[in-house]
Design a protein around this ligand. Structure first.
Ligand code: CFM
Length: 469
């Protein structure tokens, strides 16, 4: 049944249908929380904007591409350097961001000239870089600038550059999820198929929906290479612009984050007949399933078993050590969406923990279907939770640990509860076998930190103080 949260005066009745507790034996499909809907004005949402979904999550990960943000400088600054996705290109993508630095006069008279000049200056400053992403923002979309026309003109003028324009201003959708969609569709429509990749193996995949958070992609690539599989393109962890133009040549699309990149996988299937295989690449058990599934597709079962045996031999003992100490600990997972369904069973089956509450910023109905199917009875599921709801949930479930981002994490820290950065991680990578150990280690360190004993405080008391009730 839906649950009414918030007993204090500030109850928001429209929020009732965004919250759900799974009852024993219930037909969960009837009770999916509302999701992917506009945030109710007045609630303190944790969502990001649509432009952010395109730039910070997907496009900004590319390791050899100038990121030109056409808008006021804040749009560039706020989506730069806040996520840790390294690359093997000296972390070029983490060091730089470019902005057309729009001012009032451009809003009045148009920003296209400024954009053209900025593109040319950026290429001059970086003579080795010949690729660029341009993003529109709310300001430049509202005044009607045409960045595609500008990009075409510059491509012609300079001759040796390739530019991709993402037209997804912040207001284009209800959350960052729209930015994923727009970027996926733009890329398949305009860039896939424009360059032929060099094929070096009879087994080729695209790895889709993983952004190399603290080296995740590099862990996975290691396993696939050991199996003799070539990764044509990694969408977009540690990716180069030109690799992503050759996605049409892979034999299989292996998908991890279905929310942010399921679109391009589906299009590759439709347009080029490349099958889609969804896997979970977090979790010790899940990783074994994933490698077996990919191995089975290519008839490389033996190779998959070899990799699994080697990794399990290296890391099982450490997992067991952490399991003994994390067993029975109560966790909240409050991230974007997919990590809810990727992590819940991994934490429960690998480590014996219990996931007691999950909140998704922007998951769609299919994410909640998966979350609720994999989640426990009695667990609280929330769409687009706000600060007051977080307080109330903490009071209800009294978790031992919260996996969330820095915004909610700071709130959690004030309540003296252990929190782990579930977006950009604390000490990743978290994917793969070694990643599962890293994640278990971070959770153990957070829960068992001696600081927590010093800081022990009644959560209810503290929450009441914070919200002033
Ligand atoms: Fe996919 Fe992601 Fe996520 Fe995501 Fe995100 Fe993210 Fe996330 Mo933060 S692409 S949907 S928009 S797995 S940034 S790397 S951690 S909210 S659950």
């Amino acid at each position: 049944m839906p649950l009414k949260l918030l007993k204090c005066d500030v109850t928001i009745p429209e929020r009732e249908r965004h919250v759900y507790i799974k009852e024993p034996g219930e037909d969960t499909t009837q009770y999916l929380p509302i999701s992917n809907a506009a945030t109710i004005p007045g609630t303190l949402s944790e969502r990001g904007c649509s432009y952010c979904g395109a730039k910070l999550v997907i496009g900004g990960v590319l390791k050899d591409t100038i990121q030109m943000i056409h808008g006021p400088v804040g749009c560039a600054y706020d989506t730069w350097h806040t996520k840790r996705y390294p690359s093997d290109n000296d972390n070029f993508q983490l060091k730089y961001v470019w902005s057309t630095n729009l001012k009032e006069k451009h809003i009045i008279f148009g920003g296209e000239k400024q954009l053209k000049q900025s593109i040319i200056e950026a290429f001059q400053e970086m003579p080795d870089i010949k690729r660029m992403f341009i993003y529109t923002t709310c300001a430049t979309a509202l005044i009607g600038d045409d960045p595609k026309a500008v990009a075409k003109a510059v491509e012609k003028e300079l001759g040796d550059v390739d530019i991709f324009v993402v037209e997804c201003p912040g207001f284009a959708g209800v959350s960052q999820s729209k930015g994923h969609h727009v970027l996926n569709m733009g890329w398949i429509n305009e860039k896939v198929g424009t360059l032929e990749p060099t094929i070096t193996s009879p087994y080729t995949i695209n790895f889709i929906g993983d952004y190399n958070i603290q080296g995740d992609s590099q862990v996975l690539e290691k396993y696939f290479h050991k199996m003799g599989i070539q990764i044509i393109a990694h969408f977009t962890g540690n990716a180069s612009y030109d690799d992503l133009r050759g996605m049409h040549r892979a034999q299989l699309n292996v998908v991890n984050c279905a929310r942010s990149a399921g679109y391009i996988a589906n299009e590759l299937k439709k347009r080029y007949g490349i099958p889609r295989l969804d896997i979970d690449s977090w979790g010790f058990e899940y990783c074994q399933d994933a490698l077996r599934k990919v191995g089975a597709f290519f008839g490389l079962e033996d190779k998959a078993e070899e990799v699994i045996a080697e990794e399990v031999a290296k890391y099982q003992e450490q997992m067991d050590w952490y399991r003994a100490r994390l067993k029975g600990k109560k966790v909240c997972i409050w991230t974007g969406g997919p990590r809810l369904w990727h992590w819940t069973k991994a934490l429960e089956d690998d480590l014996g923990m219990t996931v007691v509450a999950m909140s998704s910023k922007f998951g769609h109905q299919e994410d909640f279907e998966k979350v609720i199917a994999r989640g426990n009875e009695g667990t609280i599921y929330i769409d687009d939770a706000n600060e007051l709801e977080f307080f109330e949930v903490l009071e209800m479930v009294k978790p031992d640990l919260v996996l969330t981002g820095p915004r909610v994490g700071d709130l959690v820290k004030k309540l003296h509860l252990p929190y782990i950065n579930g977006h950009a991680y604390h000490n990743g990578p978290y994917m793969g076998f070694e990643g599962s150990v890293n994640m278990a280690r971070d959770m153990y360190n957070a829960i068992y930190s001696p600081l927590m004993k010093l800081a022990a405080i009644d959560v209810r008391e503290k929450a009441a103080l914070e919200v002033g009730v």
